[in-house]
Design a protein around this ligand. Structure first.
Ligand code: FE2
Ligand code: FE2
Length: 348
């Protein structure tokens, strides 16, 4: 903001304008003037003003009407208006203030009176504008720091997920590479699925590593048993889903929430024969349906304590055969159509 003020003087008598300008000229204001109300309304559209000195008794449109129009227009309603008039009756003064004028000066007036009143209102107006700008700047700053805080919060969640996945890797049969491949394959499947937003794809990618986090709670001798489970052992093994849910449900944070869904539901099957809840079809969250497919795909193609590894083609055949039974048929379709892209990730 520069230090000069733009002042508009509206009066149908040119001598009145000259008198006002002569008194105020010492202060280096930039003057514009107009002899009638309609013209004044046009001028305010072309230039920004810091103050308007407005006569009341004018032909065509009087000062009250001009004031009313200016105060009703959001673009001009902030400009301070001082009535400068010979109308000194109390009704007119009251009306002037009622219409939103900041001041009312009656003729004849003293030069000092006009100078100091104009100066006061100009400074007040400028201070208000500065305050408004400061508030706006502050608002922008708050928004920026909120954004920074949120992205830091998300980064923290990613770090926690990475640490948890690493921790699990050290106690279970899962390897870090398996977790990475499942995350990559899930990311690919989510990207191929037209209905996900970028942030949902991110949710899946960063939360997929948590799918078996509940295995931390499964006793070591069961987890690493190189033979088939007994019925009881299988029950305990199945609890890795609900145990993860009980841990993760406490968080309302984005990635941990997605991790909760995936860890809880990744052993559900499309036909309802999965565990722990026996959910069916679309009852299973689509995040979990995605990881259910990519997890099995990768687990089959890699060696575990209880089984040898299958070739990618054998595993792909297994997935395709279970379309609409174990797996979401649409996801299997996407998998089939893009099978070579999945091969690259799984065989990496
Ligand atoms: Fe699992
Ligand atoms: Fe897994």
């Amino acid at each position: 903001m520069d230090n000069s003020y733009n002042v508009l003087i509206v009066d149908d008598i040119s001598d009145n304008i000259k008198v006002a300008m002569n008194i105020l000229k010492e202060n280096n204001y930039n003057f514009s003037y107009s002899f009638d109300g309609e013209e004044a309304l046009d001028i305010v559209k072309t230039k920004s003003f810091d103050l308007i000195l407005l006569d009341i008794m004018m032909p065509k449109m009087n000062g009250f009407e001009v004031c009313k129009i200016l105060k009703n227009d959001p673009l001009t309603q902030e400009i301070p208006i001082i009535f400068l008039t010979a109308k000194a009756d109390i009704e007119s003064i009251t009306e002037g203030f009622k219409l939103g004028a900041v001041d009312y000066i009656t003729k004849p007036f003293h030069a000092d009176e006009l100078m100091s009143r104009v100066a006061t209102h100009l400074e007040l107006y400028r201070s208000k504008a500065v305050l408004k700008q400061n508030n706006l700047d502050l608002h922008v700053k708050i928004l920026q720091s909120e954004k920074r805080f949120l992205s830091e919060l998300e980064q923290n969640q990613k770090d926690i997920i990475y640490i948890l996945a690493e921790l699990m890797e050290s106690t279970s049969d899962e390897t870090g590479k398996h977790i990475k491949r499942v995350a990559d394959a899930s990311n690919l499947l989510a990207t191929l699925h037209e209905s996900f937003s970028q942030s949902e794809i991110e949710d899946i990618y960063f939360a997929a590593p948590l799918h078996d986090i509940g295995k931390i709670t499964v006793p070591h001798h069961i987890l690493h048993k190189p033979a088939r489970y007994t019925e009881d052992e299988f029950k305990i093994m199945q609890e890795h889903t609900t145990n993860a849910h009980n841990l993760l449900k406490k968080s309302s944070r984005r990635f941990l929430k997605a991790g909760d869904i995936i860890a809880y539901q990744h052993h559900e099957k499309w036909d309802g024969s999965g565990y722990p809840q026996g959910l069916k079809g679309a009852e299973i969250h689509v995040y979990a349906r995605i990881v259910a497919l990519t997890d099995v795909l990768d687990a089959l193609t890699h060696k575990r304590v209880y089984k040898e590894s299958w070739s990618f083609d054998e595993a792909a055949k297994y997935i395709i055969e279970r379309k609409g039974k174990q797996f979401d048929p649409y996801l299997v379709e996407l998998f089939e159509k893009n099978i070579e892209s999945f091969r690259i990730i799984i065989e990496a």
